[in-house]
Ligand binder design. Sequence first.
Ligand SMILES: O=C(O)c1ccc[n+]([C@@H]2O[C@H](COP(=O)([O-])O)[C@@H](O)[C@H]2O)c1
Ligand SMILES: Cc1cc2nc[nH]c2cc1C
Length: 349
Amino acid sequence: MDNWYLDGVVAPSEKHRNKALAWQNQLTKPAGSLGRLESLAVELAALQHNLHPSAARVAMAVFAADQGVCAESVSAFPQAVTAQMVANFAGGGAAISVLAKSLGASLEVINLGTVQPTAALPQVIDATIAPQSGNIARAAAMTHEQLQLALAAGRAAVQRAQANNTDLFVAGEMGIGNTTTATAMLCRLLEVDPALLAGPGTGLDSAGVSHKARVIEQALNLHAQARDPVEVLRCLGGFETAALVGAYIACAQTGIAVLVDGFICTAAALLASRINPAIVPWLILSHASAEPGHRLAVEAMGQVPLLDLGLRLGEGSGAAVAVPLVRLACDLHNGMATFAEAGVADKAR
Ligand SMILES: O=C(O)c1ccc[n+]([C@@H]2O[C@H](COP(=O)([O-])O)[C@@H](O)[C@H]2O)c1
Ligand SMILES: Cc1cc2nc[nH]c2cc1C
């Protein structure tokens, strides 16, 4: 079996980090006064091995797939919405379509398998593995072969982005029922009870959330032997989450910084970092999702997300909204005058 996802990653440059930090401290502002915008630029300089970090070229990819666990009535919306939204992404009407256009970013829609067939749309990459993943409450989500295909679909998207000299990668997902599979994976990785982590997703009421927690409990019991992160993903995940995992690891291996979206994407990021811990510096958490379980996943990543706007859409939308912030951080770093250049007196020593 090809275990490419265990291979080494590009190491962030300590030299560029130190030089970028020294540069920030020469700019006409009290050191540290631009807060997170400073550390973002410094971190990007280290990741990009470039003292002039850039977020100009942004590649976005939305991975879509149906979840077998929808058979257990775990979502407020019908499963058919996954395929319908794939068409909406391609047609330009979805939130991520509008955001990508507004930001001048490329947007790929990658369909890994939906129960409802979608028309052959030129804007959609057909990477169908099966109509849906297995129902995790009754079977494994994927076979070993299906998992490899999903991981490879994520890596392929990154390889296309790399060919276009991408500065920043934004991944999103679409899959009715995937807050259930993502929660199941998180429960196993964090060893937390489903009742603590299950949330409304697209809008379940409290009875619906309790039922969802019981379905997750059933899945965790069925897959009690799945402890290794790759096996957790195979048994409890979904095709789109596996593609996200493949994409995140491939980004670190090719040296492309990532903005991680909300609940499902953070679950994928955590899982990917359990598979290959060296990828962690490459993953920037973009926003705090309103899905209640996100807080624990974020804590496990050891980061504070850039934004907290109450978003809980998915599709990569929260990560897209954070792109202007990253661009501004780069512009400030690259464009501000130093104390010496501007003839401004530096701090008294
Ligand atoms: O990313 C998030 O924070 C997020 C939180 C709640 C729901 N979603 C989106 O809603 C869908 C999953 O919700 P559900 O209730 O069907 O499991 C899926 O398409 C996700 O993109 C996404
Ligand atoms: C309409 C709709 C759009 C979405 N985008 C991501 N998840 C979604 C779920 C629904 C229900």
